[in-house]
Design a protein around this ligand. Structure first.
Ligand code: UDP
Ligand code: MG
Length: 316
């Protein structure tokens, strides 16, 4: 018998808890045939609605359902980390509660694990149903990210991923505070099979990601997996020094050869504004890295558990 841990981060997903469970149970025959036991971990990320109550209800009916409830909202990344830490499976799979990660793909994914892959990841090939501007910025982000970072980050990759125990342990060994899971998956390596599917729209409720939240998240990703911005800052500094040097020479030569009075304070103002702007920009970049380092050295816990309900993952 193999144990499969299904990890579901939930933030205000009361309407989706049961639907997800029902959808997952459609695979029951497959699991039985393959001798896979199930453990279902709902990680409640500080929901304000009845998510916890819904999970408890499910737990009453099915002892394989477990709950880890956070003391507040720590973010999906923290929920994923908690789920992976708590899971006992030989295999683990991360899935969204909103059924955007179709459980019907699981048999196919498991097939690849049987073939010897260490993990099976999914990416959506379309962004149907998403605002155009959001898709545009997402594409830009992935292109930028893959130019400046050595870690491969796949466009359209979802967190929906089936992993073997060694991969889970590898991810857990990365105990950084600023977590960017898409990068972490790429960083740990292992044989990964990519499955592609059409985007599925969220079943019920609303997305928890605003444009602003996504923007900040993308910055987090860049800073966590690339130091290119720091290099850009240095290069820009050198460039400006060279330009300044050139201008000094020209000014001196002009004065000596043609006796030109040094004129034009508007241009001077422009230069000062420009250079100080660049300086602040570079300082900002430096500050970003410093702040991340600051949070990292504080060694605060990634999440805090308020309540936990253990499950029983013995096959009926
Ligand atoms: N989620 C979470 N904590 C958060 C935000 C989201 O645990 O702070 C969960 C959410 O409940 C869902 C999954 O992460 O199961 C994906 O969120 P969502 O569907 O809102 O994101 P999208 O699919 O739009 O990228
Ligand atoms: Mg979703």
């Amino acid at each position: 018998m193999k144990l499969l841990s299904v990890i579901v981060p939930c933030f205000n997903e009361e309407e989706n808890i049961r639907d997800f469970y029902d959808e997952l149970c459609k695979n029951t025959d497959f699991f039985r045939e393959k001798q896979i036991e199930l453990e279902l971990i709902y990680v409640d990320d500080g929901s304000k609605d009845k998510t916890v109550a819904e999970v408890k209800k499910l737990h009453e009916e099915d002892a394989r359902v477990r709950l880890v409830s956070f003391s507040r909202n720590f973010g999906k990344e923290a929920a994923i980390y908690a789920g992976l830490q708590k899971c006992r499976g030989d295999l683990a799979v991360l899935m969204d509660a909103d059924l955007q990660d179709p459980p019907s793909l699981l048999p196919e994914m498991y097939g690849y694990i049987e073939q010897g892959y260490d993990s099976v990841a999914t990416r959506r090939v379309t962004r149907k149903g998403e605002p155009l501007i959001r898709s545009f910025f997402a594409r830009m982000f992935y292109r930028l990210m893959n130019t400046i970072s050595k870690t491969e980050i796949v466009d359209g990759a979802r967190d929906y991923r089936l992993m073997t125990r060694p991969v889970v342990d590898a991810i857990l060994s990365m105990s950084e505070y600023n977590r960017f899971t898409k990068g972490i998956f790429g960083w740990v390596g292992f044989e990964t099979k990519w499955l592609e599917y059409e985007n599925v729209e969220r079943r019920k409720g609303e997305t928890k990601w605003s444009f602003w939240k996504l923007f900040l998240y993308s910055l987090e990703g860049i800073i966590a997996f690339s130091t290119a911005p720091l290099t850009i800052a240095s290069v820009m500094g050198v460039l400006f020094c060279l330009v300044a040097f050139g201008i000094i020479i020209v000014t001196i030569v002009r004065k000596l050869l043609f006796g030109d009075p040094t004129s034009g304070w508007p241009s001077l103002v422009c230069i000062i504004m420009m250079v100080s702007g660049v300086q602040l920009f570079c300082l900002g970049i430096l500050g970003q890295y410093l702040s991340k380092t600051y949070m990292e050295v504080k060694r605060r816990p990634i999440y805090l558990v308020k309540e936990e309900i253990e499950g029983q993952s013995v096959a009926e």
